[in-house]
Design a protein around this ligand. Sequence first.
Ligand code: PAF
Length: 279
Amino acid sequence: MQTTRRVDELRETISAYRAAGARIALVPTMGALHAGHMALVEEAKLAADRVVVSIFVNPTQFAPNEDFAQYPRKEQADSRMLTAAGVDLLWMPPVEEMYPNGPEIDVRASEIGDVLDGAHRPGHFDGVTTVVARLFDQVRPDVALFGEKDWQQLAVIRRMVLDLKLPLVIQGVPTQREDDGLALSSRNAYLLPEDRAKAVALPRALGAAERSIATGGDPAAALAQAIDTLTAAGFDVDYVELRDAATLGAPIEGQPMRLLAAARIGGTRLIDNIAVTHE
Ligand code: PAF
């Protein structure tokens, strides 16, 4: 696997791939890789001839009070995992290479980035769209893969690609879960053992609400029940919401719906989501 930290070198390699007629997949990450990321890599290998993975802990998507400094950084272990998985190119830019003049020119996520997580993390999705637009410009992939665990991020990026008419396909990859149902996340590493034991309440509460709504139960009652269950389990709940899966606005009759939640346990903020299908 080739590793590069310089954009001119990256562009040279990408040009060589293109000259050879290769289809290119990009898996953008912030590192601290786990099986969820590796599922993205496996899908990327099926979708393209060359797989590029980026690792960049993007400062512009963290608010000053968030965990940018503590965010796990595991360059060597990540690099070994990606090599073993058969990744072609690891793009690991330093901050000065990604934002040579500071993050002055940005891409605003607008309304779809202002709701749900965006309401609790103001500016977060502007940071995501800004860095992902730069990554797309640097790598020019045919396809880019994102985990469904970050459903709002996936929806925001799909919207950006649509609005800017970017010539690539966005592929969502289903959430990978622990045996007890907890969604894999780099931030799970922050959980103390007692909080890890309680964390399973999140996918369980979502699952119960999904079954209730899918079988004709009142959505408002199902959401309230999920919030009560999470609170009783020790969570501090930011939101549990039922939304249109694509726009993240109010659910629309006949359109796919998504149940999304964010809640803190022992200081660690977890997010999760599942599809809701009427039976
Ligand atoms: O999902 C992530 O890891 C990040 O938000 C992303 C897409 C790599 C942008 O920094």
